[in-house]
Design a protein around this ligand. Structure first.
Ligand code: FAD
Length: 338
């Protein structure tokens, strides 16, 4: 079990959580960022990485994926640490006012301030309605590809027709012993160039592609051993597998955040707009997860909230020091970083 100590624990590595690292870093506060997803970027990486955004100040147009890369580059000088692929489940406030943040995997983060930048909540996989599927979770059934190496030399069936299913099929073709993509339609929802690549890989025999079909059954004693594919919705066909990866997208759920004693309104955390603090001293909420009169769920609003949060958090981390606003132009990043 990992134990981490930091000044600020940021729950959520979306654009707002990432920018909060920058604002905190300018004030010499160390951050550890946790996200349930295996990669940073929140909605930008998960839902629309290849879409252009037009309302980021100073960027007439920027691809969502590129904005995430820029943010990663911008915060790198402050050396943030990350726990990815683990949902924060539990938050404990200690008698001295500090916190222990715990993830589902048992990682513990000791910190003085918690910043919830959880967006629409943690993304949970949309699971297909297949009987006994849950029996094989962690025993052959995976809903996300956290580490592709896990599937090296394995017989794998991926199911789905969106970008995730296409991208992982292309990526894992050379890795798996045998890779089959099952899709219920004849055309794909994902990027046309990825769809074309998958079709040509199937023609060249690099992967098996079964269209107009669904995985309808899973089989195995202790672990997953086979799946049944209903071909053309009429003919059952059994495939021996080590892993089945249904990739039908992710749905956001507020999840455990609901149980942390925070004042909520319409599935969002109520905050004080002076500093985006919540009803629990030491816990802030920024970005899409919060609500207040006039709230706009926009990236630029989240960035502003991060700046105000940081100067308020400074008073908790450094109670004996006076906050002084410093321009990055005057002091430079090297000067300001911890
Ligand atoms: P998110 O991006 O939602 O990230 C939150 C992260 O927190 C997620 O990665 C989630 O996994 C994680 N998380 C939540 N709960 C937990 C937990 N318990 N433990 C661990 N991790 C957790 N905005 C604009 O300003 N301009 C646009 O043009 C624009 N276009 C958009 C287009 C689309 C299709 C969509 C869907 C949204 C668009 N938005 C746009 C909105 C914008 O994406 C959001 O405002 C922004 O993503 C909010 O950032 P965030 O960091 O607050 O949250």
């Amino acid at each position: 079990m990992d134990k981490i100590t930091t000044d600020i624990c940021i729950v959520g590595a979306g654009p707002v959580g990432l920018f909060a690292v920058f604002e905190a870093g300018l004030l010499k506060m160390r951050c550890h960022v946790v996200d349930a997803l295996p990669a940073v970027g929140g909605q930008l990486s998960e839902i629309y990485p290849k879409k252009p955004i037009y309302d980021i100040p100073g960027f007439p147009e920027v691809l969502a994926g590129d904005l995430v890369k820029n943010l990663e580059q911008q915060i790198a000088p402050f050396h943030p640490t990350f726990t990815l692929g683990e949902r924060v489940d539990d938050l404990e406030k200690l008698d001295d006012g500090s916190f222990i943040v715990r993830t589902v995997a048992g990682t513990e983060i000791a910190c003085k301030v918690v910043v919830i930048a959880g967006g629409l909540g943690s993304f949970e996989p949309r699971k297909p309605a297949i009987e006994h599927l849950d029996k094989y979770e962690k025993n052959g059934v995976e809903y996300m590809v956290r580490d592709p190496e896990h599937f090296r030399d394995k017989r794998v069936v991926i199911s789905g027709g969106g970008d995730s299913a296409l991208d992982w099929t292309i990526f894992m073709a050379g890795l798996c012993k045998e890779l089959t993509l099952v899709h219920r339609g004849t055309t794909f929802r994902g990027a046309p160039e990825s769809a074309a690549k998958v079709l040509s890989m199937a023609e060249e025999g690099q992967i098996n592609l079964i269209l107009k079909s669904n995985v309808t059954e899973v089989h195995g004693e202790e672990k997953l051993e086979a799946v049944t594919v209903m071909v053309d919705n009429t003919t059952p066909h059994q495939i021996e597998v080590d892993n089945f990866i249904p990739l039908f997208g992710l749905v956001p759920k507020l999840g455990p955040i609901e149980d942390w004693g925070l004042e909520l309104e319409k599935n969002a955390i109520l905050v004080n707009t002076e500093d985006y603090s919540t009803n629990i001293p030491g816990i802030y909420a920024i970005g899409d997860i919060n609500t207040y009169p006039g709230k706009l769920k926009l990236i630029l609003c989240g960035f502003h909230e991060a700046a105000l949060m940081a100067q308020s958090a400074y008073n908790i981390i450094y109670p004996d020091k006076k906050f002084v606003l410093k321009y990055t132009t005057v002091n430079g990043i090297q000067e300001l970083q911890a």
